[in-house]
Design a protein around this ligand. Structure first.
Ligand code: SF4
Length: 257
């Protein structure tokens, strides 16, 4: 088995999701190489040497605003059926310099062509350092933001962020934006984010951030770092129950990332 291959255009799918039905993906990152502000130990796309918060230097590889709008408009006008349109793809979507403008255009197209389709974002949360990204989250129906650790040490071990990303800043910003879903990937082995101290610190973060819901996952596919292992479903369920009883936040388990 190999790692997932990169998406080779602006749109991909629709893919079936148990939670969201048929989801059409929007890839705002380059087609050939992952561009992300993290290098998560479990990333299905493998490691990238292009781990940065500043996508500006890769501008020529990113799809332009007009191209994205035109592709999405064609999809809305086509007879392809989907329930959700999701910003995701080959890295971190909010790194795109025009992310807020693109969100506005996609929401406008959705309103005009298919008002029942939901607009979603899968993000690693680092884009929150931009005020225009923070502001546009309110216009996205399902902003799904990543938080895998309760401490800066655990964050560095699991997410391996770009040098200028601060755990404390991201954690604080997550607690200020409101109405978000948090997505957490739990892994064991080296590194692990399921040791008792890690989980206690993580629950404290949930209590501060108070998301609408937390979605817990583990890995189910090949990953670039062979020292990590999956967290079995019964342990995920036990962690979810503990997190929910300690924080009052709804915590749900999904078995496939
Ligand atoms: S945030 Fe997503 S794309 Fe980026 S390294 Fe982590 S899993 Fe991969």
């Amino acid at each position: 088995m190999s790692l997932l291959s990169m998406h080779d255009g602006i749109l991909y799918g629709p893919v079936n999701s148990r939670r969201y039905g048929r989801s059409l993906g929007i890839n705002l990152m380059p087609v050939a190489n992952k561009l992300c502000s993290f290098n998560c130990v479990y990333c299905h796309y493998g490691l990238t040497a292009r781990c940065t918060l500043d996508a500006g230097k890769y501008d020529s590889e990113l799809p332009g605003y007009e191209d994205v709008v035109s592709a999405v408009e064609s999809a809305f006008k086509s007879d392809v059926q989907f329930d959700q349109i999701t910003f995701s793809g080959n890295g971190e979507p909010t790194l795109h310099p025009n992310f807020p403008e693109i969100v506005d255009a996609v929401v406008d197209l959705r309103n005009r062509h298919r008002p029942n389709v939901k607009v979603a974002l899968l993000s690693n949360s680092t884009g929150l350092v931009r005020e225009d990204v923070q502001e546009c989250l309110g216009r996205i129906d399902r902003p799904i933001m990543k938080l895998d650790a309760g401490t800066a040490k655990g964050f560095r071990a699991v997410n391996r962020p770009a040098r200028d990303v601060s755990f404390e800043e991201i954690s604080y910003l997550l607690s200020t934006v409101g109405d978000i879903f948090l997505q957490t990937v739990l892994v064991d082995g080296h590194p692990s984010n399921v040791k008792p101290d890690d989980l206690e610190a993580y629950y404290e973060q949930l209590a501060q951030i108070r998301p609408t819901e937390v979605h817990l996952y583990s890995i189910d596919r090949p990953v670039p770092d062979s020292h990590i292992t999956l967290v079995p479903p019964d342990k995920l369920r036990q962690i979810a129950a503990e997190a929910q009883s300690q924080t009052g936040v709804i915590v749900r388990v999904f078995h496939a990332l």
